[in-house]
Design a protein around this ligand. Structure first.
Ligand code: HEM
Length: 421
């Protein structure tokens, strides 16, 4: 079978009613967190569009997910907040964390989405990203020097986390003395993207973080107004001056989106990538011997163990997908990490192979919301891996008992990855 030639449907989608997966893919269970791919395979085989007891639909195959992501009958923001207000009362939308989310491009659709996204696109162009390569390399060298000065260190904390966080600070023109304020792994705001509602403590923490962020960026915007620089914040300040482009709250909340979208995702790609390579020593050796394989290897890392596992859509109208009827307002959680392991889309789907050709994983989503930072994330991973191989040829990583982030079904990443040189 050639890659991406679909086999005929092996399962009649409309016919599965009694299947119960071994874990609820919406509730982080230790076994699911350790290996989500087992339950994904069950879902693909038995119920490719599964209605969970919580009432949301879960899509797990490449074919339906790629259709849903691109189909204009689905949106990201449509009904998301309306459903939330129906469930929890409309006052919930006034909570800073949700008020902030409503301004983000990720949660907008159609014209509003286009309006906001187009203002950010220049900063994510191929040219702008390539210009940051040397900055990234310099950062990695500094981090590696600091790690080499210790007898043992943590790949996640000492090497993987600081790079994407610094890259966003650099892009946004945040003064270097303030970078440490954005250097807390738990503070990136990604918890609010989980399907499980925030508990009161989490809500209070998220609200506080949003308020602090908003206050800081209100200040930074005033600084950039007086002294504009060659950075994204200054560019948005200029755009604000023209009516109808972007409002001040939208500027601030979309700058916050950069941290939510661009830190934990990129950090975990570096961590998941090193883990996959060290678990497959022959692939690691091949990559070290043939560094021209790096871009391909990063794509395979994203396919094999994506740092984002799920992206949701809401139906804007009643629609039939593969024989399953989806009602307007219903949520479909698209398990992109399952689509990436779908044997109908890839040969040897569960094998990690850095030489795999014509691989287009769904790790960055699809359609109008396709990740704006995809190129940036790939270059970050390339630079991180290349610098580590170059400066730490004898790196030993303890892969015996990987500790995964445990309170998430949307993101997949390691808490720590102990190493020595
Ligand atoms: C390997 C790392 C990354 C992964 C796996 C990833 C994955 C994703 C996914 C799955 C989506 C939703 C797409 C959809 O629903 O169709 C998304 C959207 C987005 N990502 Fe990323 N992302 C990564 C890195 C980044 C970086 C580095 C940035 C920015 C600095 C970023 C910023 C965004 C933004 C702003 C959106 C919303 C785009 C829109 O709604 O138009 N991401 N990303």
């Amino acid at each position: 079978m050639t890659e991406f030639s679909f086999k005929p449907d092996s399962v009649e989608l409309g016919s599965q009613t009694n299947f119960v997966p071994s874990f609820d893919p919406l509730i982080p269970h230790p076994e699911h967190v350790r290996n989500p791919y087992k339950v994904y395979a069950e879902l693909r085989t038995n119920a490719p569009i599964y209605k969970s007891p919580h009432g949301v639909l879960i899509a797990s195959r490449y074919k339906e997910i790629s259709q849903i992501l691109k189909d204009p009958s689905f949106g990201r923001g449509y009904f998301y907040f309306e459903n939330m207000a129906d469930r929890l009362g409309s006052a919930i939308l006034k909570q800073p964390v949700y008020d902030s989310a409503r301004n983000m491009m990720l949660m907008k659709d159609r014209l509003d989405h286009l309006r906001l996204r187009s203002l950010f696109e220049k900063s994510f162009s191929h040219k702008s990203i390539e210009k940051m390569r040397s900055f990234m390399r310099q950062m990695m060298y500094e981090l590696i020097d600091a790690a080499l000065a210790k007898t043992s260190f943590d790949i996640m904390l000492d090497l993987a986390f600081p790079l994407p966080s610094a890259v966003i600070c650099h892009m946004l023109g945040i003064p270097k003395q303030d970078w440490h304020k954005f250097n807390k792994r738990s503070a990136t705001g990604s918890r609010a993207l989980e399907p499980a509602p925030l508990n009161p403590l989490e809500l209070a923490q998220q609200n506080q973080s949003v308020n602090e962020f908003r206050e800081y960026f209100q200040w930074l915007i005033e600084v950039k107004k007086k002294e504009p620089g060659d950075d994204l914040t200054s560019m948005l300040v200029t755009a604000e001056a023209q009516e109808g482009n972007i409002t001040r709250p939208e500027t601030i909340d979309n700058l916050r989106m950069m941290f939510i979208g661009g830190v934990e995702t990129a950090v975990n790609t570096i961590g998941n990538g090193l883990l996959a390579l060290y678990k497959h020593p022959e692939q690691l050796q091949k990559l070290k011997n043939q560094q021209e394989l790096l871009p391909n290897a990063v794509t395979e890392i994203l396919r094999y163990d994506s740092s984002v596992q799920i992206t949701p859509r809401q139906a804007r109208e009643d629609i039939l997908i593969g024989g399953v009827s989806i009602q307007a307002k219903e949520t479909v959680l698209c398990i992109i990490a399952s689509a990436n392991r779908d044997p109908d889309a890839w040969d040897r789907a569960d094998e990690f192979d850095i030489t795999r050709r014509s691989s287009y994983p769904l790790s960055f989503g699809g359609g109008p919301h396709y990740c704006i930072g995809s190129q940036l994330a790939k270059v970050e991973a390339e630079v991180a891996l290349q610098s580590i191989f170059e400066r730490m040829p004898n790196l030993y990583i303890d892969i015996s008992n990987p500790q995964w982030l445990s309170n998430t079904v949307v993101f997949r990443g390691l808490k720590s990855l102990p190493a020595t040189v």
